[in-house]
Design a protein around this ligand. Structure first.
Ligand code: HEM
Length: 508
Protein backbone atom coordinates (compact mmCIF):
# COMPACT_ATOMS: atom_id res chain seq x y z
CA UNK A 1 0.00 0.00 0.00
CA UNK A 2 1.41 3.45 -0.95
CA UNK A 3 1.73 6.02 1.82
CA UNK A 4 0.35 9.61 1.30
CA UNK A 5 4.00 10.81 0.92
CA UNK A 6 4.54 8.36 -1.93
CA UNK A 7 1.33 9.47 -3.62
CA UNK A 8 2.44 13.07 -3.25
CA UNK A 9 5.72 12.28 -5.02
CA UNK A 10 4.12 10.66 -8.07
CA UNK A 11 3.26 13.84 -10.07
CA UNK A 12 6.72 15.48 -9.75
CA UNK A 13 8.42 12.15 -10.54
CA UNK A 14 6.27 11.76 -13.64
CA UNK A 15 7.05 15.31 -14.69
CA UNK A 16 10.76 14.73 -14.19
CA UNK A 17 10.61 11.53 -16.27
CA UNK A 18 8.79 13.40 -19.06
CA UNK A 19 11.38 16.17 -18.96
CA UNK A 20 14.28 13.69 -19.08
CA UNK A 21 12.61 11.85 -21.97
CA UNK A 22 12.21 15.16 -23.84
CA UNK A 23 15.84 16.14 -23.27
CA UNK A 24 17.11 12.74 -24.41
CA UNK A 25 14.90 12.88 -27.51
CA UNK A 26 16.10 16.41 -28.30
CA UNK A 27 19.72 15.31 -27.94
CA UNK A 28 19.74 11.96 -29.73
CA UNK A 29 16.48 11.11 -31.49
CA UNK A 30 15.17 14.41 -32.89
CA UNK A 31 15.11 14.76 -36.72
CA UNK A 32 17.58 17.67 -36.30
CA UNK A 33 19.96 15.75 -33.96
CA UNK A 34 22.68 15.43 -36.59
CA UNK A 35 23.11 19.21 -37.10
CA UNK A 36 26.10 20.87 -35.43
CA UNK A 37 25.23 22.85 -32.32
CA UNK A 38 26.38 23.58 -28.80
CA UNK A 39 25.14 21.00 -26.31
CA UNK A 40 22.77 23.41 -24.54
CA UNK A 41 20.92 24.71 -27.64
CA UNK A 42 20.22 21.11 -28.67
CA UNK A 43 18.62 20.42 -25.29
CA UNK A 44 16.14 23.27 -24.99
CA UNK A 45 14.98 26.58 -26.45
CA UNK A 46 15.63 28.27 -23.10
CA UNK A 47 19.34 29.15 -23.64
CA UNK A 48 18.61 31.15 -26.80
CA UNK A 49 15.67 32.86 -25.08
CA UNK A 50 17.97 33.90 -22.23
CA UNK A 51 20.67 35.12 -24.62
CA UNK A 52 18.07 37.21 -26.41
CA UNK A 53 16.80 38.60 -23.10
CA UNK A 54 20.38 39.65 -22.28
CA UNK A 55 20.82 41.29 -25.71
CA UNK A 56 23.55 38.77 -26.58
CA UNK A 57 21.82 36.94 -29.43
CA UNK A 58 23.44 38.68 -32.45
CA UNK A 59 26.98 38.24 -31.13
CA UNK A 60 26.24 34.68 -30.00
CA UNK A 61 25.02 33.73 -33.48
CA UNK A 62 27.99 35.38 -35.12
CA UNK A 63 30.37 33.56 -32.78
CA UNK A 64 28.69 30.27 -33.73
CA UNK A 65 29.65 30.93 -37.35
CA UNK A 66 33.29 31.04 -36.21
CA UNK A 67 32.94 28.00 -33.97
CA UNK A 68 31.46 25.95 -36.83
CA UNK A 69 33.16 27.54 -39.86
CA UNK A 70 32.22 24.77 -42.28
CA UNK A 71 28.60 24.40 -41.13
CA UNK A 72 25.89 25.46 -43.56
CA UNK A 73 23.22 25.19 -40.82
CA UNK A 74 23.47 25.28 -37.02
CA UNK A 75 20.79 24.06 -34.61
CA UNK A 76 20.09 26.98 -32.27
CA UNK A 77 17.04 25.51 -30.51
CA UNK A 78 15.79 21.92 -30.64
CA UNK A 79 13.50 22.86 -33.56
CA UNK A 80 15.24 25.83 -35.23
CA UNK A 81 18.08 25.81 -37.77
CA UNK A 82 20.13 28.93 -38.31
CA UNK A 83 21.68 29.37 -41.78
CA UNK A 84 24.72 31.67 -41.44
CA UNK A 85 25.63 32.08 -45.11
CA UNK A 86 24.16 34.45 -47.66
CA UNK A 87 23.84 31.56 -50.12
CA UNK A 88 20.91 30.30 -48.00
CA UNK A 89 18.90 33.52 -48.21
CA UNK A 90 17.35 33.03 -51.63
CA UNK A 91 16.29 29.42 -51.03
CA UNK A 92 14.71 30.32 -47.69
CA UNK A 93 13.15 33.71 -48.26
CA UNK A 94 12.32 33.76 -51.96
CA UNK A 95 10.73 30.34 -52.09
CA UNK A 96 6.91 30.63 -52.19
CA UNK A 97 6.74 27.27 -50.43
CA UNK A 98 8.76 28.49 -47.41
CA UNK A 99 6.63 31.51 -46.74
CA UNK A 100 4.88 30.13 -43.67
CA UNK A 101 6.18 32.07 -40.68
CA UNK A 102 7.55 30.54 -37.51
CA UNK A 103 6.79 30.91 -33.82
CA UNK A 104 8.55 34.27 -33.46
CA UNK A 105 5.61 36.04 -34.98
CA UNK A 106 2.85 34.80 -32.71
CA UNK A 107 3.60 36.91 -29.63
CA UNK A 108 1.80 40.17 -30.43
CA UNK A 109 5.01 42.23 -30.07
CA UNK A 110 4.00 44.62 -32.86
CA UNK A 111 0.36 44.88 -31.81
CA UNK A 112 -2.74 42.97 -32.94
CA UNK A 113 -2.54 40.43 -35.80
CA UNK A 114 -1.36 42.32 -38.85
CA UNK A 115 0.45 41.85 -42.13
CA UNK A 116 3.69 41.21 -40.22
CA UNK A 117 2.22 38.58 -37.89
CA UNK A 118 0.04 36.76 -40.43
CA UNK A 119 1.54 33.29 -40.27
CA UNK A 120 0.18 31.24 -43.23
CA UNK A 121 1.73 32.06 -46.61
CA UNK A 122 -1.56 32.25 -48.54
CA UNK A 123 -3.25 34.56 -46.03
CA UNK A 124 -0.18 36.80 -46.08
CA UNK A 125 -0.09 36.87 -49.87
CA UNK A 126 -3.73 38.00 -50.06
CA UNK A 127 -3.30 40.68 -47.38
CA UNK A 128 -0.05 41.96 -48.88
CA UNK A 129 -1.80 42.25 -52.25
CA UNK A 130 -4.52 44.38 -50.63
CA UNK A 131 -2.15 46.62 -48.68
CA UNK A 132 0.76 46.85 -51.09
CA UNK A 133 0.82 48.99 -54.21
CA UNK A 134 2.53 51.86 -55.97
CA UNK A 135 2.30 54.11 -52.89
CA UNK A 136 5.22 52.16 -51.39
CA UNK A 137 7.50 52.84 -54.36
CA UNK A 138 10.28 55.37 -54.40
CA UNK A 139 8.85 57.23 -57.39
CA UNK A 140 5.58 57.77 -55.53
CA UNK A 141 7.43 58.88 -52.39
CA UNK A 142 9.53 61.40 -54.32
CA UNK A 143 6.51 63.09 -55.86
CA UNK A 144 4.02 62.89 -53.00
CA UNK A 145 5.65 62.46 -49.61
CA UNK A 146 9.17 63.87 -49.86
CA UNK A 147 8.12 67.52 -49.38
CA UNK A 148 6.41 66.51 -46.14
CA UNK A 149 9.52 64.71 -44.93
CA UNK A 150 11.50 67.86 -45.88
CA UNK A 151 9.45 69.87 -43.40
CA UNK A 152 10.56 67.56 -40.58
CA UNK A 153 14.21 67.58 -41.68
CA UNK A 154 14.06 71.39 -41.61
CA UNK A 155 12.50 71.38 -38.12
CA UNK A 156 15.27 69.11 -36.83
CA UNK A 157 18.05 71.19 -38.40
CA UNK A 158 16.50 74.42 -37.07
CA UNK A 159 16.19 72.98 -33.60
CA UNK A 160 19.83 71.86 -33.53
CA UNK A 161 20.96 75.20 -35.01
CA UNK A 162 19.37 77.09 -32.12
CA UNK A 163 21.36 75.25 -29.47
CA UNK A 164 23.89 77.53 -27.73
CA UNK A 165 27.58 76.58 -28.31
CA UNK A 166 27.96 75.25 -24.74
CA UNK A 167 24.71 73.29 -24.73
CA UNK A 168 24.19 70.16 -22.67
CA UNK A 169 25.20 67.06 -24.63
CA UNK A 170 22.17 65.11 -25.83
CA UNK A 171 21.40 61.56 -26.93
CA UNK A 172 21.65 61.71 -30.71
CA UNK A 173 20.37 58.13 -31.15
CA UNK A 174 17.15 59.05 -29.35
CA UNK A 175 16.83 62.32 -31.25
CA UNK A 176 17.03 60.49 -34.59
CA UNK A 177 14.52 57.89 -33.40
CA UNK A 178 12.18 60.76 -32.52
CA UNK A 179 12.64 62.17 -36.01
CA UNK A 180 11.72 58.78 -37.50
CA UNK A 181 8.67 58.54 -35.22
CA UNK A 182 7.51 61.98 -36.39
CA UNK A 183 7.92 60.89 -40.02
CA UNK A 184 5.84 57.77 -39.42
CA UNK A 185 3.04 59.54 -37.54
CA UNK A 186 2.98 62.20 -40.28
CA UNK A 187 2.84 59.65 -43.11
CA UNK A 188 0.22 57.47 -41.43
CA UNK A 189 -2.05 59.92 -39.59
CA UNK A 190 -1.43 63.04 -41.68
CA UNK A 191 0.19 65.01 -38.82
CA UNK A 192 3.37 64.38 -36.83
CA UNK A 193 2.83 63.74 -33.14
CA UNK A 194 5.41 66.40 -32.31
CA UNK A 195 8.44 64.40 -31.16
CA UNK A 196 10.80 66.97 -32.69
CA UNK A 197 8.70 70.06 -31.95
CA UNK A 198 8.38 69.14 -28.25
CA UNK A 199 11.84 67.60 -28.06
CA UNK A 200 10.60 64.48 -26.24
CA UNK A 201 9.44 60.92 -26.69
CA UNK A 202 5.73 61.63 -27.15
CA UNK A 203 3.55 59.36 -25.03
CA UNK A 204 6.66 57.26 -24.32
CA UNK A 205 6.04 55.55 -27.64
CA UNK A 206 9.69 54.65 -28.28
CA UNK A 207 10.68 53.95 -24.69
CA UNK A 208 7.67 51.74 -23.97
CA UNK A 209 8.25 49.80 -27.19
CA UNK A 210 11.87 49.13 -26.26
CA UNK A 211 10.89 48.14 -22.73
CA UNK A 212 8.36 45.60 -24.03
CA UNK A 213 10.65 43.88 -26.54
CA UNK A 214 12.79 41.68 -24.25
CA UNK A 215 9.70 39.96 -22.82
CA UNK A 216 8.25 39.36 -26.28
CA UNK A 217 11.55 38.11 -27.66
CA UNK A 218 11.89 35.73 -24.72
CA UNK A 219 8.37 34.46 -25.37
CA UNK A 220 9.11 34.09 -29.08
CA UNK A 221 12.12 31.89 -28.43
CA UNK A 222 11.12 29.91 -25.36
CA UNK A 223 8.50 27.46 -26.58
CA UNK A 224 7.28 26.39 -23.13
CA UNK A 225 6.98 29.97 -21.84
CA UNK A 226 4.97 30.97 -24.90
CA UNK A 227 2.71 27.94 -24.73
CA UNK A 228 2.09 28.22 -20.99
CA UNK A 229 1.91 31.97 -20.47
CA UNK A 230 0.86 33.70 -23.68
CA UNK A 231 -1.80 31.14 -24.58
CA UNK A 232 -3.73 32.04 -21.43
CA UNK A 233 -6.13 34.92 -21.99
CA UNK A 234 -5.65 36.07 -18.39
CA UNK A 235 -1.86 36.18 -18.69
CA UNK A 236 -2.06 37.93 -22.04
CA UNK A 237 -4.34 40.49 -20.41
CA UNK A 238 -1.62 41.15 -17.85
CA UNK A 239 1.30 41.59 -20.25
CA UNK A 240 -0.28 43.07 -23.39
CA UNK A 241 -0.74 46.82 -23.88
CA UNK A 242 -4.32 48.03 -23.50
CA UNK A 243 -6.23 50.63 -25.50
CA UNK A 244 -6.97 52.66 -22.36
CA UNK A 245 -3.21 53.05 -21.65
CA UNK A 246 -2.13 56.67 -21.71
CA UNK A 247 1.28 55.86 -23.16
CA UNK A 248 3.14 53.37 -25.33
CA UNK A 249 1.71 50.81 -27.73
CA UNK A 250 -1.70 50.75 -26.00
CA UNK A 251 -2.06 54.49 -26.57
CA UNK A 252 -0.92 54.07 -30.18
CA UNK A 253 -3.55 51.38 -30.75
CA UNK A 254 -6.23 53.68 -29.32
CA UNK A 255 -5.10 56.49 -31.64
CA UNK A 256 -5.22 54.14 -34.63
CA UNK A 257 -8.76 53.15 -33.65
CA UNK A 258 -9.80 56.78 -33.30
CA UNK A 259 -8.16 57.82 -36.56
CA UNK A 260 -9.85 55.01 -38.53
CA UNK A 261 -13.26 55.93 -37.06
CA UNK A 262 -12.81 59.67 -37.69
CA UNK A 263 -11.53 59.26 -41.22
CA UNK A 264 -14.36 56.90 -42.14
CA UNK A 265 -16.88 59.36 -40.76
CA UNK A 266 -15.30 62.24 -42.73
CA UNK A 267 -15.49 60.13 -45.86
CA UNK A 268 -19.13 59.29 -45.23
CA UNK A 269 -19.94 62.95 -44.69
CA UNK A 270 -17.82 63.97 -47.70
CA UNK A 271 -15.82 66.49 -45.66
CA UNK A 272 -12.36 65.59 -46.87
CA UNK A 273 -9.96 68.53 -46.88
CA UNK A 274 -9.41 69.93 -50.36
CA UNK A 275 -5.93 69.41 -51.82
CA UNK A 276 -5.01 67.18 -48.91
CA UNK A 277 -1.99 64.90 -49.52
CA UNK A 278 -3.18 61.32 -49.11
CA UNK A 279 -1.62 59.53 -46.18
CA UNK A 280 -1.16 55.85 -45.44
CA UNK A 281 -4.39 55.75 -43.45
CA UNK A 282 -6.20 56.73 -46.68
CA UNK A 283 -4.49 53.89 -48.53
CA UNK A 284 -5.39 51.48 -45.73
CA UNK A 285 -9.05 52.47 -45.92
CA UNK A 286 -8.95 52.13 -49.72
CA UNK A 287 -7.45 48.62 -49.58
CA UNK A 288 -9.70 45.87 -50.94
CA UNK A 289 -9.54 42.13 -50.36
CA UNK A 290 -9.72 39.50 -53.13
CA UNK A 291 -13.53 39.84 -53.22
CA UNK A 292 -13.31 43.61 -53.60
CA UNK A 293 -14.45 44.23 -50.01
CA UNK A 294 -12.80 46.74 -47.66
CA UNK A 295 -10.65 45.28 -44.89
CA UNK A 296 -12.26 44.75 -41.50
CA UNK A 297 -12.07 47.51 -38.90
CA UNK A 298 -9.63 45.40 -36.87
CA UNK A 299 -7.38 44.90 -39.93
CA UNK A 300 -7.34 48.64 -40.69
CA UNK A 301 -6.51 49.53 -37.10
CA UNK A 302 -3.85 46.82 -36.88
CA UNK A 303 -2.20 48.04 -40.08
CA UNK A 304 -2.02 51.67 -38.94
CA UNK A 305 -0.53 50.51 -35.62
CA UNK A 306 1.94 48.20 -37.36
CA UNK A 307 3.28 50.90 -39.68
CA UNK A 308 4.27 53.09 -36.73
CA UNK A 309 5.66 50.20 -34.68
CA UNK A 310 7.60 48.74 -37.61
CA UNK A 311 8.86 52.03 -39.03
CA UNK A 312 9.79 54.32 -36.14
CA UNK A 313 12.40 52.70 -33.90
CA UNK A 314 13.89 50.62 -36.74
CA UNK A 315 14.57 53.61 -38.95
CA UNK A 316 15.73 55.66 -35.96
CA UNK A 317 18.13 52.86 -35.09
CA UNK A 318 19.51 52.78 -38.64
CA UNK A 319 19.98 56.56 -38.68
CA UNK A 320 21.80 56.51 -35.34
CA UNK A 321 23.99 53.55 -36.28
CA UNK A 322 25.20 55.08 -39.55
CA UNK A 323 26.04 58.39 -37.88
CA UNK A 324 27.73 56.66 -34.93
CA UNK A 325 29.90 54.50 -37.20
CA UNK A 326 30.84 57.53 -39.30
CA UNK A 327 31.83 59.40 -36.13
CA UNK A 328 33.88 56.40 -35.01
CA UNK A 329 35.65 56.45 -38.39
CA UNK A 330 36.46 60.12 -38.75
CA UNK A 331 38.28 59.55 -42.03
CA UNK A 332 34.96 58.32 -43.50
CA UNK A 333 33.07 61.31 -42.09
CA UNK A 334 35.65 63.69 -43.58
CA UNK A 335 35.48 61.96 -46.94
CA UNK A 336 31.65 62.11 -46.94
CA UNK A 337 31.78 65.78 -46.02
CA UNK A 338 34.23 66.56 -48.81
CA UNK A 339 31.89 64.83 -51.21
CA UNK A 340 29.01 67.02 -49.97
CA UNK A 341 31.14 70.17 -50.30
CA UNK A 342 32.15 69.25 -53.84
CA UNK A 343 28.50 68.68 -54.79
CA UNK A 344 27.56 71.98 -53.15
CA UNK A 345 30.21 73.86 -55.09
CA UNK A 346 28.61 72.53 -58.24
CA UNK A 347 25.19 73.62 -56.87
CA UNK A 348 23.87 70.10 -57.04
CA UNK A 349 22.20 70.00 -53.62
CA UNK A 350 18.90 71.52 -52.48
CA UNK A 351 18.10 72.50 -48.91
CA UNK A 352 17.27 70.09 -47.44
CA UNK A 353 18.97 67.61 -49.70
CA UNK A 354 16.63 65.54 -51.90
CA UNK A 355 16.63 61.75 -52.05
CA UNK A 356 17.58 61.74 -55.73
CA UNK A 357 20.47 64.19 -55.16
CA UNK A 358 22.03 61.92 -52.55
CA UNK A 359 21.56 58.93 -54.83
CA UNK A 360 23.11 60.70 -57.85
CA UNK A 361 25.77 62.93 -56.33
CA UNK A 362 26.79 61.42 -52.98
CA UNK A 363 27.83 57.84 -53.78
CA UNK A 364 30.29 57.70 -50.90
CA UNK A 365 27.60 58.77 -48.43
CA UNK A 366 25.29 56.10 -49.83
CA UNK A 367 28.07 53.55 -49.31
CA UNK A 368 28.41 54.68 -45.66
CA UNK A 369 24.68 54.07 -45.19
CA UNK A 370 24.89 50.57 -46.71
CA UNK A 371 27.92 49.74 -44.61
CA UNK A 372 26.35 51.06 -41.40
CA UNK A 373 23.16 49.04 -41.92
CA UNK A 374 25.16 45.93 -42.81
CA UNK A 375 27.18 46.02 -39.59
CA UNK A 376 24.48 47.35 -37.29
CA UNK A 377 21.17 46.11 -38.72
CA UNK A 378 18.22 47.76 -36.96
CA UNK A 379 16.17 44.54 -36.84
CA UNK A 380 18.63 41.83 -35.73
CA UNK A 381 15.97 39.19 -35.42
CA UNK A 382 15.34 35.53 -36.26
CA UNK A 383 13.00 35.61 -39.22
CA UNK A 384 11.84 32.01 -39.00
CA UNK A 385 10.01 30.08 -41.70
CA UNK A 386 8.51 26.59 -41.36
CA UNK A 387 9.32 23.88 -43.90
CA UNK A 388 5.97 22.40 -44.85
CA UNK A 389 6.97 20.37 -47.94
CA UNK A 390 6.39 16.66 -47.65
CA UNK A 391 9.77 14.99 -47.32
CA UNK A 392 11.46 18.28 -46.47
CA UNK A 393 13.66 20.38 -48.73
CA UNK A 394 17.27 21.24 -49.52
CA UNK A 395 18.66 24.62 -48.42
CA UNK A 396 22.25 25.62 -49.11
CA UNK A 397 23.14 22.00 -49.79
CA UNK A 398 21.60 20.73 -46.56
CA UNK A 399 18.53 18.50 -46.33
CA UNK A 400 15.99 20.00 -43.91
CA UNK A 401 13.20 17.71 -42.70
CA UNK A 402 9.53 18.66 -42.91
CA UNK A 403 8.29 20.58 -39.86
CA UNK A 404 11.66 22.15 -39.02
CA UNK A 405 11.93 25.91 -38.63
CA UNK A 406 14.70 27.68 -40.57
CA UNK A 407 16.04 31.20 -40.35
CA UNK A 408 18.95 33.46 -41.08
CA UNK A 409 20.01 36.57 -39.16
CA UNK A 410 20.98 40.00 -40.55
CA UNK A 411 23.79 40.63 -38.04
CA UNK A 412 25.55 37.32 -38.72
CA UNK A 413 24.81 37.01 -42.43
CA UNK A 414 25.90 40.62 -42.93
CA UNK A 415 29.36 39.48 -41.82
CA UNK A 416 29.51 36.42 -44.07
CA UNK A 417 33.19 36.18 -45.13
CA UNK A 418 32.11 34.29 -48.28
CA UNK A 419 30.55 37.54 -49.51
CA UNK A 420 32.38 40.35 -47.71
CA UNK A 421 35.81 38.75 -47.48
CA UNK A 422 38.26 38.50 -44.56
CA UNK A 423 37.62 42.13 -43.52
CA UNK A 424 33.86 41.56 -43.21
CA UNK A 425 33.87 43.01 -39.68
CA UNK A 426 35.45 46.31 -40.74
CA UNK A 427 33.49 49.50 -41.49
CA UNK A 428 34.71 50.06 -45.01
CA UNK A 429 32.27 51.99 -47.23
CA UNK A 430 34.73 51.67 -50.14
CA UNK A 431 33.75 48.00 -50.55
CA UNK A 432 30.44 49.18 -52.10
CA UNK A 433 32.29 51.30 -54.68
CA UNK A 434 34.84 48.79 -55.98
CA UNK A 435 35.39 48.15 -59.70
CA UNK A 436 34.26 44.56 -59.52
CA UNK A 437 30.64 44.91 -60.65
CA UNK A 438 29.90 41.23 -60.09
CA UNK A 439 31.04 41.40 -56.49
CA UNK A 440 29.00 44.55 -55.88
CA UNK A 441 25.91 42.80 -57.26
CA UNK A 442 26.67 39.81 -55.03
CA UNK A 443 26.77 42.07 -51.95
CA UNK A 444 23.51 43.78 -52.94
CA UNK A 445 21.84 40.38 -53.37
CA UNK A 446 23.07 39.31 -49.92
CA UNK A 447 21.56 42.37 -48.23
CA UNK A 448 19.23 40.99 -45.57
CA UNK A 449 18.72 44.17 -43.53
CA UNK A 450 15.11 44.54 -44.73
CA UNK A 451 14.61 40.78 -45.28
CA UNK A 452 13.77 39.70 -48.84
CA UNK A 453 11.18 37.91 -50.94
CA UNK A 454 7.40 38.06 -50.58
CA UNK A 455 7.64 39.32 -46.99
CA UNK A 456 10.32 41.96 -47.57
CA UNK A 457 9.87 45.13 -45.51
CA UNK A 458 6.97 47.12 -46.92
CA UNK A 459 8.43 50.45 -45.78
CA UNK A 460 11.99 49.89 -47.03
CA UNK A 461 11.90 52.82 -49.46
CA UNK A 462 10.55 55.15 -46.79
CA UNK A 463 13.37 54.17 -44.43
CA UNK A 464 15.99 54.63 -47.16
CA UNK A 465 14.51 57.97 -48.16
CA UNK A 466 14.80 59.20 -44.56
CA UNK A 467 18.43 58.08 -44.44
CA UNK A 468 19.34 59.70 -47.75
CA UNK A 469 17.87 62.98 -46.56
CA UNK A 470 18.44 63.60 -42.88
CA UNK A 471 21.94 62.12 -42.56
CA UNK A 472 23.68 64.13 -45.34
CA UNK A 473 21.80 67.21 -44.17
CA UNK A 474 23.10 67.07 -40.61
CA UNK A 475 26.62 66.13 -41.67
CA UNK A 476 26.50 69.08 -44.04
CA UNK A 477 25.23 71.54 -41.39
CA UNK A 478 26.96 70.50 -38.16
CA UNK A 479 30.25 69.62 -36.55
CA UNK A 480 30.07 67.10 -33.75
CA UNK A 481 31.82 66.78 -30.40
CA UNK A 482 31.43 63.21 -29.28
CA UNK A 483 30.93 63.17 -25.51
CA UNK A 484 30.12 59.47 -25.43
CA UNK A 485 30.73 57.20 -28.45
CA UNK A 486 27.69 55.01 -27.80
CA UNK A 487 27.16 51.42 -28.84
CA UNK A 488 24.86 49.14 -30.76
CA UNK A 489 22.50 47.37 -28.38
CA UNK A 490 20.05 44.60 -29.23
CA UNK A 491 16.74 44.76 -27.37
CA UNK A 492 14.86 41.63 -28.27
CA UNK A 493 15.31 41.78 -32.04
CA UNK A 494 15.24 45.56 -32.49
CA UNK A 495 18.50 47.43 -31.99
CA UNK A 496 19.15 50.92 -30.77
CA UNK A 497 22.10 53.22 -30.20
CA UNK A 498 22.79 53.55 -26.53
CA UNK A 499 24.61 56.56 -25.13
CA UNK A 500 25.59 58.27 -28.35
CA UNK A 501 26.01 61.64 -26.64
CA UNK A 502 26.94 64.62 -28.74
CA UNK A 503 27.34 68.36 -28.78
CA UNK A 504 26.69 69.91 -32.17
CA UNK A 505 28.00 73.14 -33.64
CA UNK A 506 26.50 74.77 -36.70
CA UNK A 507 29.05 74.88 -39.52
CA UNK A 508 29.73 78.12 -41.29
C1 HEM B 1 15.71 50.75 -41.29
C2 HEM B 1 14.42 50.56 -41.09
C3 HEM B 1 13.71 49.26 -41.23
C4 HEM B 1 14.20 47.99 -41.13
C5 HEM B 1 15.64 47.55 -40.86
C6 HEM B 1 13.09 47.10 -41.35
C7 HEM B 1 13.18 45.71 -41.36
C8 HEM B 1 12.14 44.88 -41.67
C9 HEM B 1 12.28 43.46 -41.79
C10 HEM B 1 13.57 42.69 -41.60
C11 HEM B 1 11.05 42.97 -42.10
C12 HEM B 1 10.70 41.56 -42.46
C13 HEM B 1 10.48 40.69 -41.32
C14 HEM B 1 10.07 39.31 -41.74
O1 HEM B 1 10.69 38.65 -42.56
O2 HEM B 1 9.11 38.91 -41.19
C15 HEM B 1 10.14 44.08 -42.14
C16 HEM B 1 8.79 43.96 -42.40
C17 HEM B 1 7.93 45.03 -42.42
N1 HEM B 1 8.26 46.36 -42.29
FE1 HEM B 1 10.11 47.10 -42.03
N2 HEM B 1 11.96 47.84 -41.56
C18 HEM B 1 12.30 49.17 -41.51
C19 HEM B 1 11.46 50.24 -41.70
C20 HEM B 1 10.12 50.14 -41.97
C21 HEM B 1 9.24 51.26 -42.21
C22 HEM B 1 9.68 52.72 -42.29
C23 HEM B 1 7.98 50.76 -42.33
C24 HEM B 1 6.68 51.46 -42.57
C25 HEM B 1 6.48 52.48 -43.27
C26 HEM B 1 8.07 49.32 -42.23
C27 HEM B 1 7.00 48.46 -42.34
C28 HEM B 1 7.11 47.10 -42.40
C29 HEM B 1 5.99 46.20 -42.60
C30 HEM B 1 4.54 46.63 -42.77
C31 HEM B 1 6.49 44.91 -42.61
C32 HEM B 1 5.72 43.61 -42.78
C33 HEM B 1 5.77 43.21 -44.24
C34 HEM B 1 5.09 41.90 -44.54
O3 HEM B 1 5.10 41.00 -43.71
O4 HEM B 1 4.55 41.77 -45.64
N3 HEM B 1 9.38 48.98 -42.00
N4 HEM B 1 10.83 45.22 -41.89
Amino acid sequence: MLSPTHLFLIPPTLLLCLLIRRLITNLFFHPLSSFPAPFYTRLSSLPLAILSLLGREPVFLYNLTKKYPSARAIRITPTLLFFPHASSLKPIYWSPTHNHKGSLYGTGALGPTSLFSTIPADDHKALRKSLGGAHWSVSYLKTSQEPRIDSLVTSLVNQLSLLPPDHEPFQMGDKLAQFAADVMTLLVFGKPWGFIAHDRDERRLLTAFRESLPMFSFAARCNSFRELILSSARMRGLVMPKVDDKTGSGYLASQAKLAVAQREQEREEGVEEEGKVRDYLDYTLDARDSKGEPLTKAQKEAHATLLIQAGADTTGSGLGAVLRLMLEHRECLDKARKEIEAAEERRLLSTPVLYEETKQHLPYFVACIKEGLRLNPPAPNLFGRIILEKGGTVIDGVHVPQGAEVCSHPYAVGRDPEVYGPDAEAFKPERWLGDDEKHRAEMEAANFVFSMGPRVCLGKEIAIMEMYKVLPEIVRRFDFDVVSAGRYVDRGGVAFNKDLKLRVRRRA
